[in-house]
Each structure stands twice: as C-alpha cells, then as structure tokens.
Design a protein around this ligand. Structure first.
Ligand code: SAH
Ligand code: SF4
Length: 339
C-alpha cells in the first residue's frame, strides 16, 4: 500500500499512471491531501466512485493514529501521534486570539540526545530520527483533525532538528511547495550544532533560525546544556555571524529564564554584550516546570527587569507567551508519552 501523505505531485502521478488515469487526477489527489486534508479516499468527491475504488486498492491516506488529544483552556491542542512501528511523538497546535495564524509546533526526533538539564524531552534519551514523511504527518494530522489550515510551522517540539537535518530540510521543502507555507513562516530551533549551522548558511536558508542560547557565558551554559562542551559559545558566535552574513536573515535568540541561575542584572548585561555584534531578536522564555529538576520560573517582576535591561542594547526583546501549560504542552514539557 502506498501512503499518500508526504508524496510529491510526481510521486502521485506515478500512482495515477499505473491506474491509467490522467495527470489531472494526480493534481486533484494532491489538493485533497495537502490543502483540504481529507481523512480518507472516499472524501475525494470530485473523483468518480469507480476511480476511488481503484485508488483504495493500492493506497491509503495515512498510516498514523492519534493516540491522545488534549485541549488546553487557552485553545492549544496537543496530540500524541503513533507511527506504525509503535513509536509516539507529540505535536502542538497553537492559536493566538488576536491573530489569524495557526502555528504547528512539530517534533523532529523521537527523544533527544542533547540532554539539556531543563527539558523533559532529553530525559528519555534519543530513540530515533523521524523521516520527512513522519514530520509532515504531524501537520497533516492537525489539519485533518481540526479541518483548519496550518499557516506557520516551528521545529520546537521534541528532538534536535539539526541532528536530523536532511529530513528536516526535505520536510521544509514540502511545507513550502505542497502546503504553500512560505519559507518565512517556518522556524527551526537548535541548541547550537555548529557544523550544521554552516550547512544552513551554505544552503542560504530563508526560514528563521532560532538559537537556544539560554546563558550569558560559557560557565553557566555548560551547567545546563552539555552541548556547550562540544561547541562553545565562542564557536557558536562565529557560526551565527557567518549565517547572518550569508543569508542576510536576522536570527532569533531564545533565552530561557531560570530563577537565580541566569536571570540576574549582570547576566542581562553580559548577554547584551555577547549579542552586540549579531543581527538578532531576543525571545525570553520563562522556565516551564518539568518533573526533571527543581528549577523555578523567575517572578514577573524580574522577567520585566531582565527584558528592560536587554532592551537598552537596542535589540527587539519579546517574552514568549506560555501556551498549553495545563496539558504539559508548553516549551520543554513534551515527553512523547502518557502516564
Ligand atoms: N531542540 C531544539 C528545539 C526544541 S526545544 C532546541 O533545543 O532549540 C524548543 C525550545 O524550548 C528550546 O528553546 C528549548 O530550550 C526550550 N525549552 C526546553 N525546556 C524548557 C522548559 N522547561 N521551559 C521552557 N522552555 C524550554
Ligand atoms: Fe533536546 Fe532541545 Fe530539549 Fe535540549 S531543549 S534536550 S536540544 S529538545
């Protein structure tokens, strides 16, 4: 059986050719899958019943299942998706009341090898990479279930996207071409895998690169992100500057705020100094609790103070809105299983 989700137009044409149907049928099927997000072949109502029956004999819309669906009081929806091999992954749909955007937060791996101290995903270790089709299925699952069209995609779910770069780039190409989501509406977040940042620079990536920096200096970063021992902040900075030079794109720097660890006035000043020659916006993420540690979120007062100090450097600073915390769907809370 061919799984239609994730196929390119050319691949769908091979199926219609084998069934001696015209190429126009392939285009119709392609639209039903990516733009109208049907759940099964019978919903493809502009195909004849006879042709649908033939198509059903050789293909299926999808082979993934929604294992659990949770809806937060703020409208965020979290799905636990099961692939045919039994592995599960989480994907989150966020809506913001004041905007028409529907943002999918997708996972790129099952588990994660990077093992940051503050993150629930790293806790279970690395299990395997997702294929580009499995990444795409997350967005299609959301679209099929809600009947809505996703407008923005962030690679901020489980896993380190730059350690599965080929599949992530291929998925981005398909989001662009098949889903008609512009490159600027895609964001890839990384803990800082330096050689792969050079690769993205060479590729002249036009999507947004987000860097999980989370610390103002080597000593603090080393304590919370083991990746700092492999690629330190100095090397990271050289790579980021190269990326900005080559692509012309402004990067997003993500900075997790943890009480008494990296939220002092000195930390804000040191961070501003580190970022002074990098073209970037800064996104502050107040820590979301996970079972993994006893870190705490700073008070709103100290979050605002930190923001204010950073703004002095002339950079644009935003504080990330917390979404779906009541269903453990906020940043860093995805584990890929239910209790
Ligand atoms: N592996 C990639 C992308 C997934 S994580 C990365 O690390 O960038 C998406 C964002 O959530 C990252 O910035 C990550 O550092 C942050 N995050 C992880 N744990 C968190 C927590 N407990 N509270 C808030 N944000 C967290
Ligand atoms: Fe992996 Fe990102 Fe979590 Fe770190 S924060 S363990 S890189 S998913």
């Amino acid at each position: 059986m061919e799984i239609l989700s994730g196929l390119s137009l050319a691949e769908i044409e091979q199926i219609t050719d084998n069934l001696h149907a015209s190429k126009f049928r392939a285009r119709q099927i392609h639209n039903w899958i990516y733009l109208k997000s049907v759940k099964n072949i019978d919903e493809m109502t502009d195909l004849s019943v006879k042709f649908r029956d033939e198509l059903k004999k050789v293909s299926l819309v999808t082979d993934v299942k929604i294992k659990v669906k949770q809806v937060s009081s703020d409208g965020t929806i979290k799905y636990l998706i099961e692939y045919p091999d039994g592995e599960c992954v989480e994907t989150v749909l966020m809506r913001f009341d004041n905007r028409a955007n529907l943002t999918a937060c997708v996972s790129s791996q099952i588990g994660c090898a990077v093992n940051c101290s503050f993150c629930a995903t790293g806790k279970c270790g690395f299990i395997r990479n997702l294929t580009y089709k499995e990444i795409i299925e997350q967005v299609l699952t959301i679209q099929r279930d809600t009947g809505l069209k996703v407008t923005n995609i962030v690679f901020m779910g489980q896993g380190e996207p730059l350690l599965n770069l080929d599949n992530v780039l291929k998925a981005m190409e398909i989001f662009n071409e098949n889903f008609q989501i512009g490159a600027r509406r895609l964001t890839v977040s990384t803990s800082g895998i330096v050689p792969q940042i050079y690769k993205l620079a060479e590729n002249d990536m036009q999507s947004t690169l987000a860097i999980s920096l989370h610390a103002p200096n080597h000593e603090i970063r080393k304590k919370i992100m083991p990746i700092e021992n492999k690629y330190d902040m100095k090397e990271l900075k050289t790579a980021l500057k190269k990326y900005v030079d080559k692509t012309g794109r402004r990067i997003t720097v993500e900075y997790l705020l943890i009480k008494d660890l990296n939220d002092s006035a000195d930390a804000a000043k040191e961070l501003a100094e580190y970022l002074s020659d990098i073209k970037c916006n800064i996104n502050l993420i107040p820590y979301n609790p996970t079972a993994k540690n006893d870190y705490q979120r700073p008070s709103n007062n100290s979050i605002q103070k930190f923001k204010y100090l950073l703004e002095h450097s002339g950079k644009k600073v935003t504080v990330r809105l917390e979404r779906g915390a009541d269903i453990d769907a906020a940043c860093g809370q995805l584990r890929g299983k239910v209790d």
